[in-house]
Design a binder for this molecule. Structure first.
Ligand SMILES: [Zn+2]
Length: 76
């Protein structure tokens, strides 16, 4: 088993996310909310995490996109 990606980590796998998925920076706990977008990167509201540019990083700590954790993911 690889320990590269903890359960709940995004790890660059877009298939794990829905358009409304919120993700949390594992370093500083900044939360990216698709309904709010990201003023720092001029990301308009309604932009899914999966649609963020590849070079996007945490607005607060410059943490890598791949290091964000999935939160509040609805399960049915
Ligand atoms: Zn951060």
């Amino acid at each position: 088993m690889s320990d590269e990606h903890l359960p709940g980590s995004y790890g660059g796998d877009n298939d794990k996310l829905s358009p409304a998925s919120k993700l949390e920076c594992k370093i500083c706990w900044y939360v990216y909310d698709p309904s709010a977008g990201d003023d720092c990167w001029q990301i308009p509201p309604g932009t899914a995490f999966t649609q963020l540019p590849e070079h996007w990083s945490c607005p607060q700590c410059q943490g890598r996109k791949q290091d964000f954790l999935m939160i509040g993911e609805p399960h049915d």
